[in-house]
Design a protein around this ligand. Structure first.
Ligand code: DGJ
Length: 737
């Protein structure tokens, strides 16, 4: 619902309210964002104006109306507000003082997509567009707001239009700006590095600016384009939290500023660092969408809003809301060292175990025996695969598996035909050294001809074979950013144009191959963001396949991203990233909570382990619909991780419980479940429990080993516990009877 009365907009549904008022200076003020409140004629009493004798004020004699204090909707710098602004536009005379006043608005059903950018979509959504204008410089800015009837969130984006005669420069264009009344929040971010992405960090807000960002060309493994502000006592299940996610895969900024009056300003958008956009007369610039979730049901409430929005209103195509095939990927099994024969051997055993899709990873093209050559040459390496991709795919299909293929479309090696033909396609700054990264260079995807060239090369292979899945990798960050196609004054458009190029290649491929399932990847999870989910409904969560490390990564990722989007494989031990040994059971128990698959050669496991793998696959097939499409709850983290999925009808729930290190003589472990039907009677491992018992009393878990004196006289006198040693896991299935 969106109402307008008394110069005030109220955007709301059953869960959330967002209130904006046209202020006395004709700018927009922010009155409220939070739990739904009833609509009424006027919300003027919520407007906070506060005089101080030194703050600059707009109206002579009225010290109360100062932009230094007023909560604003899309603030600018230079007219009394000294906090970081939402936007900056420089006009011909070099000034960036602007004056965006309310001009008109439109309230409508439905929502539009944003040309060239990922965006949410759906039927059950209302839109408010507020048009603001700065007549002096000929700038029109449209603030867009969307509210879905069933999601506790407001989605925002901004459009800049030059309606004047002179060229303007956009120096900063955030997707959303929010001024919250107070600063009593803990800020949560998802940070890391290669192989340890999206670990949860949190800390209380303090005065001044705190932020995360990327300037690498991808959203990055270091910081995810997401922040949450939660009340100090908010838990996973109760309490207030605001979550902010940007639907964008390039350089971003997520910034929180606590001002002198404890107002908290949250900015989210394209990173203004190294950004500028030339806007000539009649030209338009659109920001990506920003999603602002409000939850009073703790962090899980926030996450479920993100999950539902992304699953239903962001992911597209055949695999939207559809369970995903169980994969076998050969990367950790063979790296570059494979032949058609060895691949078929892996695939055959995988099929016998129940796997559904074989994915051929890096090394199938050009003359690629290692990472120094052939990126860009997307035709088969006949020495390894004499019957081509077509021949291999046919054989894999005959085994009863579908076939998937790895590409790294944005890259080129110096040793490649593509580089020989088009050395200028590489991102490089004239006269400067070119930095190396994994022996490869990034192609200038800000140029359409480069995107089209790669599209054609990919099609030439994809067209020949029955390809059901593509893993799109991206293994280095951008350095020496520059494009030969951009004028000197427009070089700072590069990073945004680059990601638009990536999106346009995805769009071309999706249009031509609508049935292919795309999995995004960037050295693992360096581009796991909401923008990518619009094109690729799943992402390789991390190159770290260790079960313990995956607990941190998957737990953190689930803050924003649905389980169905998280690529998760069982790999060999000792683990290739950390050399840790965990049981086959634990590796699967962790990997179940994702897309699920294997990344090892099943011919190399013992017959007993192979039987166990068959059992795991059968288990996953039985429950994947619930795991991938149900409601996911994080329960505990630390030495003991646990999480739960509950089917939409609440009849089935699956609990995953994981212990990292054992301790001597431990306490009894009990977990309170959530989201069940209190009145259902659930059976689990031969016992029955009512939903209210499981949620209020809790589930008492397998007893941990308590130590066993070896002396004969102690034997048989007590039960020492069955959960023994480090790195253990338990899966419980609760079925309503
Ligand atoms: C990085 C990816 O994350 C891995 O899964 C694998 O595809 C390699 N690249 C291949 O080079």
């Amino acid at each position: 619902m969106i109402k307008f009365s008394n110069k005030t907009f109220h955007i709301y549904n059953d869960d959330v309210s967002y209130i904006i008022k046209i202020l006395d200076n004709n700018h927009l003020g922010q009155l409220y964002f939070g739990k739904a409140i009833r609509d009424r004629e006027s919300f003027d009493h919520l407007l906070v104006e506060k005089g101080t004798n030194l703050a600059p004020c707009l109206f002579e004699g009225n010290l109360d109306f100062s932009l230094e204090v007023i909560k604003q909707e899309y603030p600018s710098y230079g007219t009394g507000d000294y906090r970081d602004p939402a936007y900056q536009v420089t006009s011909k005379n070099g000034s960036s003082i602007t004056d965006l006043g309310y001009k008109s608005h439109v309230i409508k059903k439905g929502k539009r997509s944003i040309k060239g950018l990922p965006s949410t979509y759906g039927e059950n959504v209302d839109t408010l567009e507020i048009n603001l204008e700065d007549e002096l410089i000929g700038l029109e800015v449209t603030l867009r707001y969307h509210v879905f009837s069933n999601i506790s969130a407001i989605i925002r984006s901004v459009e800049f239009k030059n309606i004047g005669q002179e060229t303007l420069k956009i120096d900063r264009a955030m997707s959303s700006s929010l001024d919250l009344y107070d600063a009593n929040f803990e800020m949560i971010t998802l940070d890391g590095a290669w192989a340890r992405e999206r670990h949860i960090n949190s800390g209380m807000l303090r005065k001044g600016i705190q932020s995360i960002s990327s300037s690498r060309g991808t959203s990055s493994a270091m910081h995810n384009p997401f922040i949450a502000l939660k009340r100090p006592n908010t838990t996973e299940h109760i309490g207030e939290v605001y979550g902010f996610a940007l639907i964008y895969s390039g350089n971003f900024l997520a910034q929180v500023e606590v001002d002198a009056y404890d107002v908290t300003r949250v900015l989210l958008g394209i990173n203004p660092f190294e950004f500028q956009w030339r806007l000539r007369p009649d030209e338009i610039f659109n920001t990506p969408e920003s999603v602002m979730v409000y939850s009073d049901k703790g962090l899980n409430g926030m996450s479920q809003n993100f999950h539902n929005l992304f699953r239903n209103n962001l992911m597209r195509g055949k695999y939207k809301n559809k369970t995903r095939p169980i994969v076998i990927n050969n990367w950790e099994a063979t790296y570059f060292d494979f032949t058609e024969e060895s691949i078929l051997k892996i695939a055959k055993t995988a099929k016998e175990a129940g796997i559904e899709l074989f994915v051929l990873d890096d090394g199938w093209f050009g003359k690629r025996d290692n990472d120094s050559t052939s990126l860009g040459d997307w035709s088969v390496y006949l020495k390894k695969l004499p019957h081509g991709i077509k021949g291999l795919a046919e054989k894999i299909n005959r085994l009863g598996l579908s076939f998937g293929l790895w590409f790294e479309p944005e890259m080129v090696n110096e040793i490649s035909n593509l580089y020989k033909e088009h050395p200028d396609y590489v991102i490089q700054t004239p006269g400067r050294n070119r930095s190396y990264g994994r022996n490869q260079y990034v192609l200038d995807f800000s140029r359409e001809e480069v995107v089209v060239c790669i599209f054609k090369k990919m099609c030439a292979t994809i067209d020949t074979a029955n390809i059901a899945y593509i893993k799109w990798d991206m293994n280095r960050n951008i350095t020496e950013a520059f494009s030969y196609s951009l004028e000197a004054t427009c070089q700072k458009e590069f990073f945004h144009r680059y990601i638009l190029g990536v999106y346009s290649l995805y769009e071309k491929l999706l249009a031509r191959f609508p049935d292919i399932l795309f999995e995004s990847c960037a050295s693992g999870g360096a581009r796991f963001d909401a923008g990518m989910l619009y094109y690729a409904p799943q992402a390789w969560t991390s190159d770290d396949t260790d079960a313990i490390e995956r607990l941190h990564i998957q737990y953190g990722s689930s803050m924003v991203y649905p389980i169905i989007s998280m690529g998760s494989h069982v790999a060999a031990v000792p683990n290739h990233q950390v050399e840790r040994i965990t049981s086959l059971k634990m590796r699967a128990d962790v990997a179940y909570f994702g897309t699920f698959g294997y990344e090892l050669d099943l011919n190399k496991v013992s017959p007993t382990d192979l039987e166990q793998v068959k059992g795991q696959i059968a288990f996953f097939k039985k429950y994947r619909e619930i795991i991938q499409l149900g409601d996911f709850y994080r329960l505990t983290q630390g030495n003991f991780y646990s999480w739960l999925v509950v089917s939409p009808n609440k009849k089935t729930a699956i609990l995953g419980y994981y212990k990292i290190l054992a301790s001597p003589n431990p306490s009894i472990k009990k977990i309170n479940l959530v989201g069940l039907d209190a009145n259902f009677k659930y059976s689990c491992n031969g016992k029955s429990y009512f939903g209210d018992e499981l949620m209020n009393v809790g589930m008492i878990l397998e007893t941990e080993f308590t130590g066993l004196m070896q002396a004969e006289s102690f034997k048989g006198k007590y039960t020492p516990g069955t959960d023994k040693g480090d790195f253990t896991s338990q899966i419980y299935v609760f079925q309503a009877v």
